[in-house]
Design a binder for this molecule. Structure first.
Ligand SMILES: O=c1ccn([C@H]2C[C@H](O)[C@@H](CO)O2)c(=O)[nH]1
Length: 155
């Protein structure tokens, strides 16, 4: 007999149902098609689950002046922020490699601005499998907005 805890169709991962995790991963994987990465040829797709249920996509955007390029996570969070989104329930990142890539250090800090430390970050590989870690696991002892005087979030 299956219970709510053992049934893989109902067991939640960090508050998300298996269907929500899968959907977010599929959207991050699809977002790789938006990647502009002529230099590295390394496509990264990102899907953010906002607290109102909206999913915002991003991809890496490179530049002839290499350091000017933007990572997928930063692109997605910037896009979401400009849409007025400020709170996120989960992030999925997808690349074309196995084992999956994890967000770079700058992206971890960028995520830290808007997300709780227990935010799950799902890292999808080319075979459709994922590893999940919390933001705190990827960025321990981090520095965040609460360490500064309370910012005026309307600015
Ligand atoms: O967390 C990361 C790490 C790298 N990249 C992009 C930047 C560059 O376009 C390519 C190779 O580094 O991958 C991301 O989008 N996110």
């Amino acid at each position: 007999m299956s219970t709510a805890d053992s049934d893989p169709t109902t067991t939640r991962s960090y508050g998300l149902t298996p269907a929500e995790v899968k959907n977010l991963g599929q959207q991050a994987t699809a977002a790789k098609a938006l990647s502009y990465s002529p230099y590295s040829k390394f496509r990264v797709g990102c899907a953010l689950l906002c607290d109102d249920g909206e999913i915002v996509l991003g991809a890496n955007i490179e530049n002839a002046s290499y350091p000017v390029g933007v990572c997928a996570e930063k692109a997605a969070l910037s896009r979401a922020c400009l849409e007025g989104q400020r709170k996120f329930l989960a992030i999925a990142v997808s690349t074309d490699i196995t084992p999956p890539a994890s967000p770079c250090g700058m992206c971890r800090q960028f995520i830290r601005e808007f997300c709780d430390l227990n935010l799950p970050i799902y890292m999808w590989d080319k075979d459709g499998n994922y590893v999940v870690k919390t933001l705190e696991e990827l960025l321990p002892m981090s520095f965040g907005p609460e360490h500064l005087k309370k910012p005026d979030s309307s600015v």
